[in-house]
Design a binder for this molecule. Structure first.
Ligand SMILES: *Cc1c(COP(=O)(O)O)cnc(C)c1O
Length: 385
């Protein structure tokens, strides 16, 4: 870390525990410095247990996991894939890798995730055009469970397989069941900013042994069974390093603790920022049955009352003010249908996620934050409002 970063409060920095180094050390001692080895097997076992899924495949990133997951669901050139507009670009980029088209759907205001009504509208409209969506990517943004009962029912009604992008939702649950376990394929990310990290990394989970085996095959250059290098289809180099899987094993021991702390941080902000005119600590409360990992605490700025002379704070004025206190904050994800990259992709609705983007900001939420750190953020926020 650079010296000028010393008192900077980051949005969601890595937070290591005490055992990561032991696993890495052992890997080096035993010369398992390769994309194979006991840490990978161990890490995959930990992920299976946390996700309640039979199989996990450790990969170089969550994006790689989404890419392979879409291939497993049969997505190819010319296909359409349903996808929320309100998400990180990594959710939809793999759709483009495959020569397919994302069909974007708006959010609903409570969970900020896929709106079931808009989703039905999109499916019906695509079917009317003779284009049955090949898959549905279901995202749980900021760790908040999407409207699962309604969305699962729609997927079943129209027979569309689900790839669950739980990159931000490791440790979140719906009615006790871990997110990432609701689709045919689930995806986690262990990027440096996520609730647990391997610096960079990801995983694909599934209950289908054939799919898991195929994911491993595709992730290791699709090498056919032969003594020489024999290949019949396109493969990828997507396997996680055994060194990084060692970091992952240490991190997975901390999952419950980290979720607990993120939830405490959310509750702290909620308590200390509540009642501020013009501001809501957003995504509260959780809908019935939902338990979010509260990966990032997010706030929404409201229009001042018509008769008030309060200045209009925007996410950008607030962000710049926090910067003067050396505090990192970030706008919510910019909807993908508003990105130049996806200018020609179909979109159903759009007002809800555009409004969230216009009003929202993510606050520092790292699990290593102290009470004093949280106070620093809250005071800086109050100065603006
Ligand atoms: C982080 C993230 C990804 C991608 O994960 P990487 O490991 O960074 O490739 C995918 N989807 C969402 C919603 C994410 O937040």
């Amino acid at each position: 870390m650079r010296s000028q970063d010393y008192d900077r409060l980051f949005l969601s920095p890595p937070h290591l525990g005490r055992h990561e180094l032991n696993y890495v050390h052992k890997a080096i001692e035993d010369n398992w410095v390769a994309p194979a080895g006991p840490n990978i097997t161990g890490f995959e076992g930990d992920i299976c247990q946390a996700a309640g899924m039979a199989h996990a495949v450790a990969l170089t990133s969550g994006t790689a996991a989404i890419h392979l997951g879409l291939i497993l669901l049969g997505v190819g050139p010319g296909d359409e894939v349903l996808c929320p507009s309100f998400t990180f670009v990594a959710t939809a980029n793999p759709v483009l890798y495959l020569g397919a088209t994302p069909v974007f759907v708006d959010s609903e205001a409570d969970t900020w995730n896929l709106c079931p009504e808009r989703l039905r509208e999109a499916i019906v409209a695509r079917l009317a055009l003779g284009k049955k969506p090949k898959a549905l990517i279901l995202v749980h943004l900021y760790g908040m469970p999407a409207r699962l009962p309604e969305i699962l029912a729609l997927a079943q009604e129209f027979d569309i397989p689900i790839l669950e992008d739980a990159a931000e939702a490791l440790g979140s649950r719906f009615e006790g069941q871990p997110l990432g376990s609701f689709g045919a394929v689930g995806v986690f990310s262990f990027n440096g900013n996520k609730i647990l990290t391997t610096s960079g990394g990801g995983a694909l989970v599934t209950n289908d042994a054939t799919l898991a085996q195929r994911a491993r095959f595709l992730a290791t250059q699709a090498k056919d069974h032969a003594p020489h290098y024999q290949h019949s289809e396109v493969g990828y180099n997507y396997r996680l390093s055994n060194l990084l899987a060692g970091i992952g094993r240490g991190q997975m021991e901390l999952l419950d603790e980290r979720v607990k702390r993120r939830r405490e941080i959310f509750a702290w902000y909620q308590k200390h920022l509540a009642g501020r005119p013009g501001l809501t600590v957003a995504l509260a409360p959780e809908p019935a049955g939902s338990r979010s990992n509260r990966w990032l605490t997010t706030i929404l700025l409201n229009q001042p009352e018509a008769d008030s002379d309060a200045p209009l704070a925007t996410p950008e004025t607030l962000r710049l003010h926090l910067e003067t206190h050396n505090i990192e904050s970030r706008p919510l994800w910019k909807p993908l249908h508003l990105q130049p990259l996806f200018a020609t992709a179909p979109m159903y609705g759009g007002e809800v996620c555009a409004d969230l983007f216009a009003r929202g900001l993510c606050l520092p939420s790292g699990t290593a934050m102290t009470e004093a750190d949280l106070r620093r953020v809250a005071e800086a926020v109050r100065e603006v409002l």
